[in-house]
Design a protein around this ligand. Structure first.
Ligand SMILES: *[C@@H]1O[C@H](CO)[C@@H](O)[C@H](O)[C@H]1NC(C)=O
Ligand SMILES: *[C@@H]1O[C@H](CO)[C@@H](O)[C@H](O)[C@H]1NC(C)=O
Ligand SMILES: *[C@@H]1O[C@H](CO)[C@@H](O)[C@H](O)[C@H]1NC(C)=O
Length: 429
């Protein structure tokens, strides 16, 4: 008690007159308690607490004397505690103190409604007080009823995806494609490809098949964990066929393969028709194969084994789903070609590697090599197990839903001449 020792020193050193003055002064100070006026020694620390965790406010006081400390929740004016007595009926609130200096207010398992400003008061006149804020944060969660599920929509139709999430602070919503490809942002009449889209609504007006796929709606507010929902968008349309080569020539005795690329959703039923309109299945004459390229694209191929004159004619690939059907034809014709074993002694170095594999009965593709001697780069010679020549002509094939993509490479008489010459050279060497 420094003040008291100072006072006694004053008393000792004072004269008689001074003594009385000092005595009066001391009694005045003690009576009015001014030398021991309570005060806060530190501000209350603001708290940010995830829901369900505990919070503790600490009020530090000195020279409390006979005064009392109380806790009040400011928004509701609810008194939490007065001095050593807990007032609130909230079972999650408790108090603790030590040495009349530290006064704690504990809130166990914080709930959203506990958030707000808390005041520590001392019942002086006028009252002394200081406040601390409890910010309750909540990690994001989806509102099930207001969040889209998987959708199935016709191509060209307008739709949207929506994701609503709760959380404190309010979560930010972001849309991304699962496969990491860009998403299409509609901005007025323009469409922009962007890595992600922000906001609770993902506008998909006039949807296209390229937008088919799985999307993630991600909700985050800085309070872990962020949440995401996977939404699958399926776009339906009737099948479309693209044929890389509509006219295919092959020498007798070779295996020749023709191909159709099909786009369809839902997945179409696909099959090949032979020259007499009969359905072709894999047998000792034919190999039928499908390769899936994407959720809505596949390649179907037909191999005619040991191609003969009677196999010449028009083949068709067919694709049907519940929205429609389409067919596209491919014409197979015979070209003169090597039959049986032969020697291949081409003098250009680049050929040697590929030729080596021809001896091993592997395919050798001399793309463009022959054509370089002609005028058109479209001639392709395949030697080995599948020897055939593919000539691509303009096609009149018009898929149902799309402008025709005509393949325009044509073969000139020159190339045919060069080809025959080439074959002739092969034979005479
Ligand atoms: C607590 O938050 C309030 C309001 O947000 C602010 O005025 C006050 O300075 C903060 N107190 C501390 C100790 O940071
Ligand atoms: C939409 O387009 C306008 C101008 O055409 C542009 O100013 C704006 O930034 C675009 N909004 C987005 C989200 O890209
Ligand atoms: C979606 O975008 C189109 C074109 O930009 C617009 O007309 C339409 O109002 C938008 N729909 C929603 C739900 O935002």
């Amino acid at each position: 008690m420094h003040t008291l020792s100072l006072v006694s020193a004053t008393i000792t050193l004072s004269s008689a007159t001074g003594y009385f003055v000092a005595t009066l002064l001391v009694s005045a100070i003690v009576v009015h308690g001014e030398a021991f006026q309570p005060e806060f020694t530190e501000p209350i620390t603001n708290l940010t607490v995830p829901v369900g965790r505990d919070a503790v406010f600490r009020c530090l006081v000195q020279h409390l004397g006979g005064y009392r400390v109380g806790w009040v929740k400011v928004d509701t004016k609810a008194i939490q505690a007065i001095h050593h007595n807990l007032i609130t009926h909230n079972p999650r609130v408790s108090i603790s103190h030590s040495n009349h200096v530290v006064w704690n207010l504990h809130i166990r398992g914080v709930q959203e409604e506990d958030g707000g400003v808390y005041m520590c008061q001392i019942n002086t006149d006028p009252m002394l007080s200081q406040t601390g804020t409890l910010k309750v944060v909540v990690s994001p969660d989806f509102v099930f009823d207001e969040t889209s599920g998987d959708i199935l929509v016709g191509e060209g139709a307008s739709t949207f995806l929506t994701c609503k999430a709760t959380g404190r602070p309010s979560p930010r919503i972001e849309w991304r494609r699962e496969d990491g490809k860009e998403v299409i942002l509609r901005n007025g009449t323009s469409r922009v490809r962007v890595p992600s889209i922000d906001g609770p609504i993902f506008n998909m007006s006039k949807i296209s098949r390229s937008e088919m796929g799985s999307y993630f709606c991600i909700a985050a507010n800085g309070v872990p964990p962020a949440v995401s929902k996977r939404i699958t968008v399926s776009v339906t349309f009737s099948p479309v066929i693209q044929v890389p080569n509509q006219l295919v020539g092959a020498p007798a005795g070779t295996d020749v393969t023709v191909e159709c690329i099909i786009e369809s959703f839902p997945k179409s039923i696909n099959y090949w028709l032979g020259t007499a309109g009969e359905m072709l299945l894999t047998d000792n004459k034919h190999d039928v194969l499908e390769i899936v390229l994407s959720p809505y694209e596949l390649q179907m191929s037909l191999t005619v084994k040991n191609f003969q004159r009677r196999d010449v004619g028009t083949y068709a690939c067919m694709a049907k789903n519940s929205f429609g059907g389409v067919e596209s034809s491919i014409r197979l014709y015979e070209i003169p070609g090597p039959t049986g074993p032969y020697h291949f002694n081409f003098d250009e170095e680049d050929y040697n590697e590929q030729y080596g594999s021809a001896e091993n009965e592997r395919d050798v593709q001399l793309s463009n090599r022959v054509a370089e001697r002609g005028r058109r780069p479209s001639l392709q010679l395949t030697l080995g197990s599948a020897r055939s020549t593919r000539h691509t002509y303009s096609s009149n094939h018009v898929p149902l839903n799309r402008a025709s993509t005509c393949t325009t490479i044509s073969i000139s008489i020159t190339s045919v001449t060069v080809f025959s010459l080439f074959v002739f050279i092969l034979f005479t060497m």
